[in-house]
Design a protein around this ligand. Structure first.
Ligand code: NBG
Length: 750
């Protein structure tokens, strides 16, 4: 590898355009990565996932390759800041939320820990979608991240497969992105595309002909599934993903010396949520094609595969009508039927069957029977799976169930996004934490050091200013960096309860108008995309945006309260927002958030959590102690019991709590309707007042009480900063390096 960036550019650096500089850096890091080489070994993991939300790669790769400081130095000598080039890179749009970001963090940890592993997924041309706000509503347009520039992190390979579908065969091409390990070798993300994909199929917004599979197959992640054609397309996509993966796995295992009977010594497959489930029948099919008897093939595949469950929400546990599978992948149906018969022969309980009596194929059931491991993603979540959601499965396969509490990579979520904090930590406890995150605990010894607390508060202030500047550039929003940054950023979903936060803001606004001023001005910041066909989620966005306008227009109140919604929230926005946060909102309905990973990122960056006892919040609370987290609301047991009884009545809460009723009514008040769409606001109000399926109202008064306490505690800056420090010190457990070590020790055995 050459030492200087200028050796990768065609002209002197100070004469290069930004694009030329970026491309030179790309070639430099590419070559450095290749020189490091790839993690190799007899057994390799294939982490198959519909999403890999990898974020921009420039800074991350420079840090992991140890080139960051050198690159910054050489660029500044040429009068360019590295940060300017980061702005220039486009973010791969390959994921939706935590599930995809988790997969990306896992790839980083796998590479860093020296484990042989590939991520396998699809190269969606236009990703999820790009979100914009027009008339206080979300609009979706294609997120054409691939069209960018002349060069890319993604390399086309010579690997192609012919993938059989009902009535046609489509040829694939494999692309690769190097995944750099921190101070280590690399792994790879392998993304498949169909050669016939055609972006010209896309008409207005993100609409396209859903039936033209050959041309639309890899255009978007999660095409609209509110129609039959859209759902069928998902089946085609899922099969395309795993059919490629299965061929790759078998070819590579054979190349490493496997005779296929011993495949489990050469390959581990992790099925990330149910989207890659068809890899099970496909591997069985390919093994039998290559001469293995079906009974043996089934047992081999069961030993190879592990399944991770990421949610208890029924809507996300996929089930496909037999008719879809007959049409898209008729060659798999006989195998799926035989797998189902085996289950029926063994178990009488229809809950355990793969094909139900209405003709649906339950993907999670297929996974659980034909994998050797089933894991949840936080302790509480795994317990709920075992004792409630999947209890009949746990009764027959207790040995399969295990927990793997999620984690995040500290390279991206601290070293890269919050360099000032990383430096401050280095100066306090040395740099050992960069390799072993548990060493952050050493900060506890300094928890009363006033100088450290002062510097920590200073880092936060700088990050808040940086975010304020960014959001102004990004969307023209003006926010006060000295106000409290109260942040809720995650997918928009009713169970995550952005609407609870919304009702709090309304209540706060009404109190301010009555002269009850908060201790300090508060800026509530949201970041969230709503699935295009999820009407109520879009109504919630609409209400938040309208409320933001209403408060802005009220000159007296807007000094105290401000609402901002980050447009097109993604990894790059998160990297700016998370280090700037004071109060981290993790307010899902207890039992519904499998884990959460944003909660971990905020904590690591010195925010204090306001949350329900849900997902990984439970483990955060245990680690930091009651004084360093604000919890409220019904427990998961209470919620599960309330659902079981089925007698929840939102009206009863509205009738009993005047402040709540006033907040809900405000949704359709004159000022809101003046800046919004009456029908949408009314629909949201009606949904809450008559259904409120995710039980916002029962937690409302407790949420308000605890949030008020958090905001008033913030007035004592030293005491608050100490809480932040404890959160950072205790975050080591949530390193994805720890998570991956557990997966490897207990599931993969690489
Ligand atoms: C999400 C959960 C989160 C969890 C991530 C990663 C899905 C289906 N599930 O709570 O909602 O943190 O997965 O495990 O996206």
């Amino acid at each position: 590898m050459r030492k200087n960036l200028c050796e990768y550019a065609d002209r002197p650096l100070n004469e290069c355009t930004r694009l030329e500089l970026f491309n030179a850096l790309l070639r430099w890091t590419d070559e450095a990565a290749r020189e490091r080489g790839y993690n190799e070994g007899k057994k390799k993991l294939y982490y198959i996932s519909a999403e890999f939300l990898i974020g921009k790669l420039l800074s991350n790769n420079l840090i992991n390759l140890g080139l960051y400081d050198e690159a910054s130095r050489q660029l500044s000598a040429a009068g360019v800041e590295l940060a300017e080039l980061e702005e220039f890179e486009s973010e791969p749009s390959l994921g939706n939320g935590g599930l995809g970001r988790l997969a990306a963090c896992f790839l980083d940890s796998l590479a860093t820990l020296g484990l042989p592993a590939d991520g396998v997924g699809l190269a969606y041309h236009c990703g999820l979608f790009r979100q914009s706000f027009v008339d206080n509503r979300q609009y979706e347009t294609p997120d054409g991240w691939l069209r960018w520039g002349t060069e890319s992190w993604m390399h086309r390979t010579a690997t192609h497969y012919d993938i059989p579908f009902g009535g046609m065969t489509l040829r694939s091409t494999m692309y690769e992105i190097d995944v750099t390990g921190y101070e280590g070798k690399c792994g790879r993300l392998r993304l498949f595309d169909v050669d016939t994909a055609d972006e010209r199929l896309i008409k207005a917004g993100i609409h396209f002909d859903q039936t033209d599979i050959a041309r639309n197959l890899t255009l978007f992640l999660y095409p609209d599934d509110s129609t039959d054609a859209g759902r069928l397309l998902r089946v085609y996509q899922e099969y395309f993903m795993v059919a490629n993966a299965a061929r790759l796995i078998l070819d590579e295992a054979v190349a490493r010396g496997s005779n296929l009977h011993d495949l489990a010594d050469y390959a581990a497959v992790q099925i990330n949520d149910t989207h890659p489930t068809l890899v099970i029948p496909e591997l069985i099919r390919l093994l039998t094609e290559r001469g293995v008897r079906e009974t043996e093939a089934i047992s081999i595949v069961t030993k190879v595969c592990g399944y991770t469950n990421h949610t208890i929400l029924a809507e996300a546990l996929e089930k496909w009508p037999i008719a879809y599978l007959e049409r898209a992948v008729p060659h798999l149906m006989p195998i799926i039927r035989r797998l189902d018969s085996r289950v029926r022969n063994e178990f009488d309980d229809p809950f355990l069957w793969i094909i139900d009596n209405s003709g649906y194929v339950h993907m999670a059931n297929l996974d659980i029977h034909y994998s050797h491991s089933v894991n949840g993603v936080a302790r509480l979540h795994t317990e709920i799976l075992k004792n409630t959601e999947l209890a009949p499965f746990y009764a027959v396969y207790p040995e399969k169930f295990n927990n793997k509490t999620n984690g995040i990579t500290f390279r991206r979520w601290l070293m890269s996004c919050n360099q000032n904090l990383a430096d401050l930590i280095d100066g306090t406890i040395g740099t050992g934490w960069r390799r072993d995150a548990r060493e952050l605990e050493k900060l506890m010894k300094h928890a009363d050091d006033p100088e450290l607390l002062r510097l920590l508060a200073c880092v936060k202030r700088v990050n808040k200013r940086r975010f304020a500047e960014w959001i102004f550039r990004h969307q023209g929003a003006v926010i006060d960096p000295d106000s409290v940054f109260d942040v809720q950023s995650k997918r928009l979903h009713e169970y995550k309860r952005q609407q609870l936060n919304l009702l709090w803001i309304i209540r706060e606004y009404q109190r301010i108008r009555e002269g009850l001023l908060p201790a300090r001005p508060v800026t509530v910041i949201f970041g969230a995309k709503a699935a295009p066909a999820y009407t109520i989620a879009k109504d919630i966005i609409h209400a938040i945006l309208c409320l933001s306008d209403v408060i802005d227009a009220d000159l007296a109140a807007s000094k105290w309260l401000k609402v901002v919604m980050v447009e097109n929230y993604n990894v790059s926005a998160a990297e700016k927002l998370i280090p700037a946060c004071d109060l981290s909102e993790q307010i899902s309905l207890a039992s519904k958030e499998a884990s959460g990973t944003g909660n971990m990122k905020f904590m690591l960056n010195g925010a204090v959590t306001l949350g329900t006892m849900d997902g990984a919040n439970v483990e955060i609370a245990e680690l930091v102690g009651r004084d360093n987290i604000y919890t409220f609301g019904a427990s998961s047991d209470q919620v599960i019991e309330r659902y079981r009884r089925g007698d929840y009545d939102p009206m009863a809460y509205l009738n009993a709590d005047g402040e709540l009723a006033a907040a809900v009514d405000f949704l359709v008040s004159e000022p809101m309707v003046a800046v919004g769409d009456k029908a949408r606001l009314e629909r949201l109000r009606h949904e809450l007042a008559n259904k409120d399926w995710f039980m916002t109202f029962p937690d409302f008064s407790d949420y308000c009480r605890v949030k008020a306490r958090a905001l008033s505690d913030m007035a004592d800056e030293t005491a608050w900063t100490k809480k932040a420090l404890v959160n950072i010190a205790k975050a080591g457990f949530f390193s994805s390096d720890r998570t991956i070590e557990q997966y490897n020790g207990e599931i993969w055995g690489l």
